[in-house]
Design a protein around this ligand. Structure first.
Ligand code: SF4
Length: 378
């Protein structure tokens, strides 16, 4: 029997400082609490592997995200990977990604991660212009991204992602284009380009409210998105998802798992899981997380069993984001299940969704409104 792919997500909930736009669950890194967390995480991996009976199911991808995983020492990261290998079965070609803030990793760390089997590094560059970084309160400078990319290549990494954001306060179309072209010279095989969104309760939201920072210009974001599609396609990247571009063969296997409604298990505070038709999430609180594990309990806070209709809904909503799309039969079955026939017909008539060869996907125009369309089809 062929088992469907399974991925692991490990949430490292620490950063050295909080960027002005960030609303993720995280704690400011301190050595003592990081040590305690790593012990709890290692315990959770073993407990969860036994509980979910997945010790022999091959893991296709492991993703260490956050937060900033590389605020942990290389020794701590290697201990986490070692526990995963001892408790679970990794596929021979398992993709192992580590997210890093460029200023938190050294040449020696990169060499150790590569030797430990990490196959992919993902650097949170955000922009290649120092002024942009300052205006979003993101610590660090562009030269650190350049250094980290050079050192990662020297360490042996060939699969390298840069996370970028566009539509930043004060960012012009020209400066966004410069960021993209500068990234091309750094040898990244993958680029994630996210439109800035303003999350409530962030410092940036407050700055905009007090007129200390300009409000979002959605028209400019659309132009920036179009520029990214053009520049990256000319440079040989394939856009395979609304925000993601890869050189052929370098699409992120772990993220594809999310967009194809695949199964994954999350570890660490606030990490989400989808397994056996159930979605469940860990408590988003480091103290409660540690306490649950100390009492030999999994730190799961909420769980929902999805009906077949809800599973199809999620497959449609995530899958439409992919350039390869989903089967048109799935789209129309979902529309029938949820009474969305009229809105689906409108999206097709407005050419926001396109159909062909039995597949349905967001059109180039539709990809610019992906979140709105997802809301209409939910
Ligand atoms: S480095 Fe990333 S996770 Fe940490 S505060 Fe900044 S945006 Fe948020």
């Amino acid at each position: 029997m062929i088992t469907p792919p399974l991925g692991l997500y490990i949430h490292i909930p620490f950063c050295r400082a909080r960027c002005d736009f960030c609303s993720f669950y995280l704690e400011i890194h301190r050595e003592g609490r990081a040590e305690t967390f790593v012990r709890s995480l290692i315990h959770e991996i073993g407990l969860s592997a036994q509980h979910h009976v997945i010790t022999i199911r091959p893991i296709q991808s492991v993703y260490l995200g956050g937060g900033t995983p590389t605020v942990l020492t290389a020794t701590q990261l290697l201990a986490i990977l070692s526990e995963i290998r001892s408790q679970l079965t990794l596929a021979a070609d398992c993709e192992i990604t580590v997210e890093a803030h460029p200023s938190t990793i050294s040449e020696g760390d990169l060499a150790q991660l590569f030797q430990a089997g990490v196959t992919r590094m993902s650097f949170g560059a955000e922009s290649m212009e120092d002024g942009d970084l300052t205006r979003i309160g993101r610590p660090g400078a562009v030269h650190e991204t350049v250094t980290a990319m050079t050192q990662a290549r020297s360490a042996g990494f060939t699969n390298l992602n840069l996370d970028l954001m566009y539509g930043l306060p004060g960012q012009s179309l020209e400066s966004w284009k410069r960021t993209l072209t500068n990234c091309l010279t750094l040898g990244s095989t993958h680029l994630s380009c996210y439109a800035l969104t303003i999350e409530q309760e962030t410092k940036l939201a407050s700055n905009i409210q007090r007129h200390r920072s300009p409000a979002l210009d959605e028209g400019l974001q659309v132009e920036m998105d179009e520029a990214a599609q053009r520049i990256l396609s000319d440079a040989g990247y394939e856009q395979y998802e609304v925000s993601n571009y890869a050189k052929p063969g370098y699409a992120c296997r772990h993220n594809l798992l999310y967009w194809t409604n695949g199964e994954y298990l999350g570890f660490g505070p606030s990490a989400q899981s989808y397994l056996g038709g159930a979605r469940f999430g860990n408590v988003a609180d480091l103290t409660a997380y540690g306490a649950a594990l100390a009492a030999e309990n999994l730190p799961i806070e909420d769980r929902a069993i999805l009906s077949k209709e809800e599973q199809l809904r999620d497959a449609v909503i995530f899958g439409l984001r992919l350039i390869r799309g989903i089967s048109s039969h799935q789209l129309h079955q979902h529309a029938a299940n949820y009474g969305h026939e009229t809105v689906t017909a409108q999206l097709l008539a407005q050419q926001l969704i396109e159909e062909g060869g039995g597949r349905s996907r967001l059109s180039a125009k539709g990809r610019l409104q992906a979140d709105t369309i997802a809301g209409q089809l939910y």
